[in-house]
Design a protein around this ligand. Structure first.
Ligand code: AMP
Ligand code: MG
Length: 427
């Protein structure tokens, strides 16, 4: 396994803008995974670890885009109907083709190869069957073609989709359903993808209980571990759920130390603020290096980034909303980079704000929002009324996050804003 450079998360403790944090990750994080072959049915969502070059033209030969009649355009009368004898028939997949001749038509079906003609130059145009009439003896039919069809109509050219030798998918891209299909279209049964990042995941906090067990006074169910597990799995990581750690330095330290040999990345939530019971920070410092990244964002608390031995470590905040926002904005790009992914920034979409909002200058703010159709046929983003960083149900009610830039201080209803749908990032 490749290793990160020593102390790759060092930054000097300043307040960091999001762009600066992402730039630092881009500069310092290199892939730690290797490549493995997977069958196409298991390739969805994986990161491609090769450039996929097509050994074939697609389509391999000129063929028809419709059911109809293949003709030589030069035989057609531009002003009136043309009547041609039908001298052959070609279906999709047919190996032996009839020879076409000038002044004739060939019955042809979608996907069937255009037949050869004199000196190799065959019919160049296909008339759709709906626009033709057959007449004459069914044993020796003729077809009547209306005037006006363009030369080359409904005829697909060899290589018009993919040219042999071209790169159809590139190293570092995450495979979507159509990408998997593209690999199949060029004849691959398997592709080489990055091995799954092995992530060890803990929650920390004396108040946390496992869902499904009774709750005594003062306790809450651990939700973060489930949210983070789902986010990691969605990114293609192999997640090892290591349970809940108590607020005890020795236990946290021992657990992280024991986990480091079996994982590519360790992730915790909770216990990284500056409270007396926040022991994660001290435990990681004792085992390696730790930097608190104070991001100029809301919602957000410091996110701890470091190394346990040589293994990268991420300490997420405890508040459920801060967990999701920091994961999507910082941890997601970090993980994609560790897996050799090209860190394609997620697309945001311009929508109308359905509310006024004031914000502090010089920090980026994300608001939980729901999209509703408006009278102009566009989409308006409605803000969730509770902004507390602990309100998980606000994320459940939201379709995504409105991203307000650092320099903005006042948003007026009706202004256009950037909207990041969860569907872009929570997978
Ligand atoms: P902490 O960062 O440990 O001080 O936690 C901040 C807040 O997040 C507290 O209200 C915790 O109870 C809550 N919290 C921490 N971890 C979790 C978790 N795994 N699931 C749900 N809430 C949590
Ligand atoms: Mg705690």
């Amino acid at each position: 396994m490749a290793q990160l450079s020593d102390d790759c998360f060092a930054h000097g403790g300043r307040l960091m803008r999001v762009d600066e944090a992402r730039k630092l990750l881009a500069e310092t994080i290199s892939p730690v995974t290797s490549g493995e072959p997977v069958e196409l049915h298991h390739a969805l969502g994986r990161i491609l670890a090769e450039d996929l070059v097509s050994p074939v033209d697609i389509p391999p030969a000129p063929n028809s885009a419709v059911d109809g009649y293949a003709v030589f355009h030069a035989d057609l009368d531009p002003e009136k109907d043309t009547r041609l004898p039908v001298i052959g028939r070609v279906t999709a997949g047919q190996r032996d083709l009839p020879a076409a001749r000038r002044g004739t038509a060939i019955r042809i079906f979608t996907g069937a190869r255009l037949p050869p003609g004199p000196q190799g130059a065959g019919p160049d145009t296909v008339m759709m069957q709906e626009d033709c009439a057959e007449d004459g003896d069914p044993e020796a039919p003729w077809v009547v073609i209306k005037p006006g069809i363009k030369k080359g109509a409904n005829a697909r050219k060899a290589g018009e989709d993919v040219i042999k030798g071209s790169t159809v998918l590139s190293h570092g891209q995450r495979l979507r359903p159509q990408d998997v299909g593209q690999a199949a279209a060029v004849g691959r049964r398997e592709v080489t993808v990055s091995t799954r990042l092995k992530v060890g995941l803990f929650s920390t906090g004396d108040e946390l209980r496992e869902p499904g067990t009774p709750l005594e006074a003062g306790a809450i169910y651990d939700s973060n571990r489930y949210t983070i597990h789902a986010l990691l799995t969605g990114l293609g990581c192999a997640v090892d759920d290591l349970g809940i750690l108590p607020d005890r330095l020795d236990v946290v330290q021992q657990a992280l130390d024991a986990a480091k040999g079996r994982h590519d990345l360790l992730v915790t939530s909770g216990g990284v603020s500056v409270g007396e019971e926040d022991h994660v920070k001290a435990a990681v410092e004792a085992l390696g290096k730790l930097h608190l990244w104070r991001l100029a964002v809301k919602p957000g608390r410091p996110i701890a980034l470091g190394q346990v031995g040589r293994i990268p470590f991420v300490g997420l905040p405890g508040n459920p909303v801060a967990v999701v926002v920091t994961f999507l904005t910082i941890v997601r790009p970090l993980i994609l980079r560790l897996m050799g992914g090209r860190d394609v920034p997620p697309h945001t979409f311009r929508v109308r704000a359905g509310f006024d909002h004031k914000k502090k200058k010089d920090r980026r703010e994300w608001l939980r929002a729901r999209l509703v159709g408006d009278t102009s046929g566009g989409l308006t983003a409605e803000k969730f009324p509770h902004e507390g960083a602990g309100i998980l149900s606000s994320l459940v009610a939201a379709d995504g996050l409105i991203e307000l830039p650092e320099d903005l201080t006042r948003l007026e209803a009706g202004a256009m804003v950037d909207f990041l749908p969860f569907s872009e990032v929570a997978q």
